[in-house]
Design a protein around this ligand. Structure first.
Ligand code: DC
Length: 222
């Protein structure tokens, strides 16, 4: 069967990660979590205290970073300069910092190249914000996921409340709203639906229902 490139874009909490991983597994495709790349750079820049205004230092930092994905006990782990940072990049602080650093042309340029290199062979499900518009504009199958702000905040709340007992739903809703605004209004490669992407509102759909709809579209393409 022909191996194609599938991209899934959408805002935080729209369900991209879970469905992308499930779809990739079902098809035997590789999975690219582009947000993890931005999160890794944000983590390193914050450790090294490289300010977002310092383009030259940021350029060097991106150039000298080795970001890799490896499977461990069936789960994808993220490695930065050979260290496992899977947990470290999932904090709320890194979410907000990733959104900030991802606005910068120098960061986007460096990561664009990395993503395109990873996707060269096809047979990939890639998720993010600009995959259908900028990174893989020729992808054979594109989805744009949406869900209500309330539902997205609820999903994040359920994910985070085990770890952060004091977290409130209202607070998460505000953080997501802030990130939505930052990701959509930036000048470069903003969160945007590609013209040829299929919109899916996941507010009242289960993960399996979303994957099954995507699979049907996949079968039409191969
Ligand atoms: O998908 P995520 O929540 O892990 O992404 C973290 C941040 O990275 C997000 O707020 C914006 C940025 N990002 C981006 O600008 N472009 C992408 N393709 C993926 C993520």
């Amino acid at each position: 069967m022909k191996k194609i490139t599938i991209v899934i874009d959408g805002p935080a909490g729209s369900g991209k990660s879970t469905v992308s991983q499930k779809l990739a597994k079902k098809l035997g495709y590789t999975y690219l979590d582009s947000g993890a790349l931005y999160r890794s750079i944000a983590l390193k820049a914050s450790h090294k205290k490289v300010k977002s205004q310092n383009s030259q230092q940021l350029y060097r930092l991106c150039k000298n970073s080795i970001i890799a994905f490896k499977k461990k006990e069936g789960k994808q782990h993220v490695f930065l300069d050979h260290k496992d940072i899977t947990q470290k990049i999932r904090t709320r602080k890194i979410s907000l910092l990733a959104s900030l650093y991802s606005k910068l042309p120098v960061v986007r340029k460096a990561l664009l190249y990395q993503q395109q290199k990873l996707g060269k062979k096809g047979g990939m499900v890639a998720e993010g914000r600009d995959l259908g518009t900028v990174v893989f504009p020729k992808a054979e199958l594109k989805f744009f996921l949406i869900a209500s702000l309330k539902e997205r905040a609820k999903r994040r709340y359920l994910e985070l409340k085990e770890k952060f007992k004091k977290i409130s739903l209202r607070h998460i809703e505000k953080e997501i709203q802030k990130r939505d605004k930052e990701d959509s209004k930036r000048a470069l490669a903003p969160l945007k639906k590609a013209k040829d992407a299929i919109s899916l509102d996941t507010t009242s759909l289960t993960i399996d229902q979303v994957v099954s709809r995507m699979y049907k579209e996949f079968l039409k393409r191969v």
